[in-house]
Design a binder for this molecule. Structure first.
Ligand code: ATP
Ligand code: LTN
Length: 351
């Protein structure tokens, strides 16, 4: 499979047959407040090149149910994620921003795909292995079939490109396998075969407390992750406490994962190559690196936090955006599900 690490050339953004824009789609699970990892690995890339695509960006509330959620917190996180998308720079006139459960076809297609997926392929998903090992004896079925719902999200809209962080590559590969299987079984092009877009830098931001583990919004150590709700002071404090490595020299060395993580964060924000950043730190101490990284992060995500709070305080406008986008997304979703129902011998209901 070819993995895009550069944005496709402008002339490839059109579907040649229909002369319409290609489709870009992505989502974040509202299992907690979004982190700097979600921002640099996902959101920042969406913002970077969404304007030339027909875009679907949503908050996957049904995915969040794979772990027990406090209902009020789930609602807050679902809306805050969408406010973050807007605050990060996505124009709701140019992209559809909505809540997954508002488009019922996601759940419907997910069931149909479930009946075409294999236990073996799902048990090989590394995220399933990681997450199920933390759930003790009663492992939820949702955590097992989670990638199928993600495949439904993607395939419903005949998606071309899926910008995600490194950890989601395997799920997009499974999506491709399911799409190819269905197209072959029913001898018709039910689904487009999507490609992941993994940014060359920032696709895997590590925990500030354990630079060998991914920064994750469900990490129980509050100092491990920078949240998009953190105050400027909290951001600076967390970076000051960040685990670095033995030694004093600032180099791009796999044996210094803590230092490398801070350089990666800077590189993802400034777009400067890590080698150039390292040059600028010659003769400087880890303390400089931590403080300057904190300042860059404050400058990058501080305005997004403030704008998100403002959007959430005027919820009528947000609700209008979500309602209209869900209606528009439902039209495309229904076209795909009707095609699938016909191919499988399911009678579509009269509308
Ligand atoms: P959870 O802790 O609930 O599993 P998460 O923080 O891992 O959540 P997801 O909702 O699974 O985040 O991911 C949303 C998007 O952010 C995906 O595209 C994912 O690849 C990306 N992403 C998540 N964590 C990171 C990270 N540490 N670095 C870069 N990208 C990330
Ligand atoms: N599983 C993804 C979130 C997700 C997603 C999607 C990402 C759900 N549906 C569709 C891209 C496209 C995750 O990051 N945990």
């Amino acid at each position: 499979m070819s993995i895009s690490t550069t944005v496709p050339a402008p002339n490839s953004k059109m579907n040649s047959e229909s002369n319409t824009k290609k489709v870009m789609l992505s989502a974040v699970t509202p299992s907690n407040t979004l982190t700097l990892g979600n921002y640099l690995g996902a959101l920042k890339n969406w913002v970077g090149f969404y304007e030339n695509y027909d875009c679907y960006f949503f908050s996957v509330d049904l995915h969040a149910l794979t772990a027990r959620q406090d209902p009020k917190a789930l609602l807050d996180h679902t809306l805050r994620a969408l406010a973050n998308y807007l605050a990060a720079g996505i124009d709701p006139k140019k992209a559809k921003l909505f809540i997954q459960s508002h488009v019922r076809q996601h759940a419907e297609l997910s069931w149909i795909l479930t009946c075409h997926a294999y236990m073996g392929e799902l048990s090989r998903m590394t995220q399933f292995k990681d997450k199920s090992s933390k759930q003790g004896q009663n492992i939820g079925c949702g955590i097992f079939s989670y990638p199928i719902l993600m495949a439904a999200d993607i395939l419903l809209y005949q998606t071309d490109l899926v910008p995600v962080g490194e950890d989601q590559k395997q799920h997009v590969e499974l999506t491709r396998d399911l799409a190819l299987r269905m197209n072959h079984l029913y001898d018709t092009e039910l689904f487009k075969i999507p490609e992941p877009f993994i940014a060359p830098v920032g696709a895997r931001i590590m925990s500030l407390q354990n630079p060998l583990a991914k920064m994750s919004k469900s990490d129980t150590d509050p100092n491990a992750s920078i949240f998009l709700t953190d105050s400027n002071d909290q951001i600076v404090k967390k970076f000051k406490k960040a685990v670095t490595d033995s030694g004093t020299e600032i180099t791009d060395d796999p044996a210094k994962p803590g230092v490398k993580n801070l350089l990666t964060i800077q590189s993802a924000i400034t777009k400067k190559p890590i080698a150039e950043l390292v040059e600028g730190y010659r003769g400087k101490m880890y303390g400089h690196l931590k403080l300057e990284t904190a300042e860059m992060v404050v400058a990058e995500i501080g305005p997004i936090r403030d704008k998100s709070n403002q959007i959430l305080s005027e919820q009528t406008e947000l609700m209008k955006i979500l309602r209209e986008a869900a209606q528009a997304a439902s039209v495309q979703a229904e076209l795909t599900t009707t095609k699938v129902r016909e191919a499988l011998g399911l009678l579509s209901p009269a509308r």
